[in-house]
Design a protein around this ligand. Sequence first.
Ligand code: FAD
Length: 384
Amino acid sequence: MSDFIVIGGGIAGVSAAARLARHGRVTVIEAEAALGYHSSGRSVSYSHFGIGDSTVRGLTAWSQPFFREQPEDFCETPLARIAPSLYFATEDTIPALETLNAQMTLFTDEIRRISPAEIEALCPVIRTGEGAAVTGILDPTALKLDGDALLQSYARAVRAAGGAILTGRRIAGIERRGELWHVRSHSGEDWSAPVLVNAAGAWADEIAVLAGVRPIGMFPKRRTIIVVDPPAETEVAGWPFVHAAASDFYMLPEAGQLLVSPVDEVDDNPCDAQPEEYDVALAAHQLEQYTTLSVSRIAHRWAGLRSFVADRVPTAGFDGEAPGFFWLVGQGGYGLQTAPAMAAIVENLVTGASWPDGLEALGVLPRQILPDRLFNGSAHRTAT
Ligand SMILES: Cc1cc2nc3c(=O)[nH]c(=O)nc-3n(C[C@H](O)[C@H](O)[C@H](O)COP(=O)(O)OP(=O)(O)OC[C@H]3O[C@@H](n4cnc5c(N)ncnc54)[C@H](O)[C@@H]3O)c2cc1C
């Protein structure tokens, strides 16, 4: 028997398990053969203030020191490096850029406005001038994360504390008997614990149904990435993460290539998400619209699910009706950059400790994170 069972071997489940492992025996159960096979392995692994609402920004701000300073012995390689984030606007999207600027400056005072000439200096392929980028803002504090190192380091911490991480086990049955949750895999193995953490990402509502618990209302949305080669002899490593204020394009360098997204959000079902031809073509089109690059070959492509609850705020807490059933869901497009904060929240809620220090000062309050708001309040099941 374990003290805690965590269903889901993505960043949410494994980071929470690492914190829970300080308090008892944890068993993480993952359906796929490897950790991070779904959303967590398909992220572009960035941490910035240009995404989400103020609660997400607060969780991001709380988490950034973890990445920058990384706990001793947590990971041998750097978890993050500074990689500035550049948001540009065309004439039409200046209001969107102004809004973003106002929201972001609440969390970092280092944001500065940049001219078209500076945009070109930072990323020479961005089209500037009439009909193209006319202004921008630069956040020099943003971080490129090593998503795989983060996930594997959390997994190592679980094992070092005596926890178990089991892959290739898909949970097919869940039952509450007495004080314990009993979970059973497809192949008939079973485990039990008084606390069951549902960190199954896009599948979280399916896990709830298996357990006889009211679903929370997950909305998986597919996002597509294409990888293209930069022009010969072009060194892209120093380019910033470039976003259009219109939220229809982003591009960032990785390992000498460029990752490009049309920032698509297509409704999908929990699945092994695959890129659709339309979204791949849209990514190439947006790249050619916003930059002087032309796409002759797409080196690689992938898609992943960003799964939200109704108000798009990551959610953690015990279910109000099912004792010991703990939700850890709705990390949307910010599950890596908010993982340290969310894992600390899980630890404190599960063990009955007080709200993690520093979160309230960043505007992150329990009522914004606890699942009750989705069952009782107006946010329930309203797709946004
Ligand atoms: C293209 C893209 C770019 C992104 N970029 C960023 C970024 O720059 N920064 C950032 O912070 N976030 C980013 N994200 C979002 C981030 O990837 C997610 O928020 C995060 O990975 C969610 O983690 P998770 O653990 O909840 O889900 P997942 O990683 O999907 O993990 C859930 C796991 O549960 C398992 N599971 C489901 N059902 C069962 C079952 N019955 N039995 C056992 N196991 C089960 C699944 O197999 C899966 O591995 C991006 C996402 C995408 C798709």
